[in-house]
Write a protein that binds this ligand. Structure first.
Ligand SMILES: Cc1cc2nc3c(=O)[nH]c(=O)nc-3n(C[C@H](O)[C@H](O)[C@H](O)COP(=O)(O)OP(=O)(O)OC[C@H]3O[C@@H](n4cnc5c(N)ncnc54)[C@H](O)[C@@H]3O)c2cc1C
Length: 222
């Protein structure tokens, strides 16, 4: 046997150590699934519950094809790849929509086939940036990732996105992650006019990211 296996934390052992750490924490930290009196959760002044934003996110109608494809896959199959879970949870919370992580946690809890109370709460704490084990809150995922993104998206054929968003199945892969930026003639020849057949992005991704970073910083300083 060669010695070229990945090492923790990327390796299988590393992933399982995370899981065990989360099981231990969930039993030893009070209020593991709350933001009040939970030592593993920083207090952030999240926005008011926004029903239409949350249902657009849950139903895969945000106007961000990568996010929508992931959420539609979750809805239809009960599964989403780990990196997709990273992207959609970041988008809902500190990235774009500034909604409390508990709302996303509840949707995952209800829909994931591998739904697990300890691990699901842990990962939402992690991805929303509030936990000591979170990645730095200012490192956001781009919800329109290119082929170089750490989200590891296949952009050559964009078959995954086309499968889950049939509205975009005739779109050239070059424009599929941000279809609203394509010309009117491309939209017409692809049989998908943005704003009519598929939504415009529900927020400006760069402006919302900038505003939310400031909000996060302000909450930490308060
Ligand atoms: C927001 C969010 C919510 C999640 N909710 C759940 C959940 O409810 N239930 C659940 O089992 N996993 C959850 N995960 C963790 C992870 O996405 C899944 O365990 C993983 O997709 C399983 O796929 P795999 O078996 O191919 O994992 P591999 O990458 O092959 O890892 C092997 C095993 O390690 C464990 N593991 C891997 N990553 C994690 C992790 N981040 N945290 C804890 N254990 C991990 C799992 O038991 C997994 O089967 C969540 C991740 C995120 C970002």
């Amino acid at each position: 046997m060669g010695n070229d296996f990945t090492k923790p934390p990327e390796s299988l052992h590393g992933q399982m150590l995370f899981r065990e750490m989360f099981y231990l924490l969930s039993r030893s930290v009070s209020n593991w699934d709350q933001d009040l009196d939970n030592q593993m959760c920083k207090k952030i002044d999240w926005g008011d519950y926004n029903d239409s934003a949350l249902s657009a996110w849950e139903m895969g109608l945000t106007g961000f094809p990568y996010i929508d494809a992931m959420m539609r896959q979750l809805d239809a199959t009960g599964w989403m790849h780990h990196l997709g879970r990273h992207a959609v949870s970041c988008f809902l919370t500190r990235g774009q929509l500034w909604q409390h992580w508990k709302y996303g946690r509840d949707v995952f809890q209800k829909k994931l086939l591998d739904s697990d109370w300890a691990v699901n709460n842990a990962n939402w704490l992690w991805l929303s940036g509030v936990a000591p084990f979170s990645m730095p809150y200012f490192r956001l995922y781009n919800p329109c990732p290119d082929s170089k993104s750490s989200l590891n998206v296949e952009t050559k054929t964009a078959a995954f996105i086309k499968f889950w968003i049939p509205e975009l199945k005739e779109f050239p892969p070059k424009y599929i992650l941000e279809p609203h930026l394509s010309s009117a003639s491309i939209q017409q020849s692809s049989n998908c006019v943005i704003g009519k057949d598929y939504p415009f992005p529900m927020v400006n991704r760069k402006e919302s990211a900038k505003e939310n970073l400031m909000r996060f910083k302000d909450s930490l300083a308060a």
